[in-house]
Design a protein around this ligand. Structure first.
Ligand code: ATP
Ligand code: ZN
Length: 285
């Protein structure tokens, strides 16, 4: 039987979360460190460890069936691949930053200026959308020092907290692109490859869903069970078990992160006590 070939970053900001996601999917990888490729014993998967910049091309060419890469790199490379799933990690933004002393009057302030960036294609498209002419200076790393050494007036660089910009006397002035890691796939996959991808996706979605939900156990007086249950949708409906103490029940259910705190407060108001919240490892609907 064939294996699904996946390209992930060899080392860097996406490496640990990418390997971690596969592990949470029950796919253990041997010898992740210092290897160019490895296989899994638990799933027909072969992993290639590459520089993130090379991943879109490997997937476009079908050398790898799928890959995990940031949307920023994907857009910059402009390769023909399909995005199958946003993964929720590696979140950052590509932003314009100017020296703190500079008066910023919106994108028009870029007119005729020199912009240092490692993302010439994305920045070029942004300038075009804004109808602004400016000079793009492509630099491959340490973009944030360019204004300080007189190489550029502003920079377009990846930001997550903004700390690096601040240390270099820069201020974030516009966001060009929001980015996160995504799973991409080769467009010419075989039927067998697609079936393997479906089964990987099934696991990834179960893991992601589980992360968004919590298992909740609580005790409620029987006379208020109706109120409590109305607050808990559960996967089908909550489980209700009698407590040893008469007049009380234990209620078990699942709550999503978005409604979690609000519901917990409402549950307390409805008479719930001894509320326990437990992480869920996998969740299959
Ligand atoms: P490689 O050696 O694989 O080319 P790299 O140096 O280009 O690595 P990293 O710095 O490891 O890349 O970042 C990989 C990806 O992580 C980025 O392309 C981006 O999608 C994401 N990322 C998340 N937060 C940040 C951040 N604050 N700065 C840079 N990248 C970030
Ligand atoms: Zn890179």
């Amino acid at each position: 039987m064939g294996k699904l070939k996946i390209a992930v970053q060899k080392s860097g900001r996406l490496h640990d979360d990418s390997v971690g996601l596969l592990q949470e999917c029950g796919i253990d990888l041997r010898n992740v460190k210092d290897r160019l490729r490895t296989e899994s014993d638990d799933f027909p998967l072969e992993v290639f460890f590459l520089r993130d910049d090379d991943i879109p091309q490997y997937v476009e060419d079908g050398v790898a069936d799928v890959g995990i890469v940031g949307e920023n790199v994907l857009q910059e490379k402009g390769r023909t691949v399909e995005v199958v799933q946003a993964l929720g990690f590696g979140k950052c933004r590509l932003s314009l930053a100017a020296p703190r002393s500079e008066v910023w009057e919106g994108p028009a302030s870029l007119r005729g200026r020199r912009i240092a960036t490692s993302y010439p294609r994305i920045v070029g498209a942004y300038l075009q959308r804004q109808g602004i002419e400016a000079e793009i200076h492509e630099i491959s790393g340490s973009v944030e020092i360019a204004p300080g050494i007189g190489l550029a007036d502003v920079v377009a660089d990846l930001v997550s907290s903004g700390g690096t910009l601040f240390m270099n006397g820069l201020r974030e002035v516009e966001t060009i692109l929001q980015s996160q890691a995504v799973l991409i796939r080769y467009q010419g996959m075989t039927a067998e490859g697609q079936a393997l991808l479906e089964s990987l996706l099934f696991r990834i979605r179960a893991v992601k869903r589980a992360k968004r939900n919590k298992y909740v156990l609580l005790n409620a007086p029987n006379e208020r069970l109706g109120e409590v249950i109305a607050l808990l949708p559960g996967m089908k409906s909550p489980t209700v078990l009698p407590l040893a103490e008469s007049g009380w029940s234990s209620v078990h259910s699942v709550l999503s992160e978005e409604e979690f705190w609000e519901r917990i407060e409402q549950l307390k108001t409805a008479g719930a006590q001894g509320i326990l919240v437990i992480p869920i490892e996998k969740m299959v609907l």
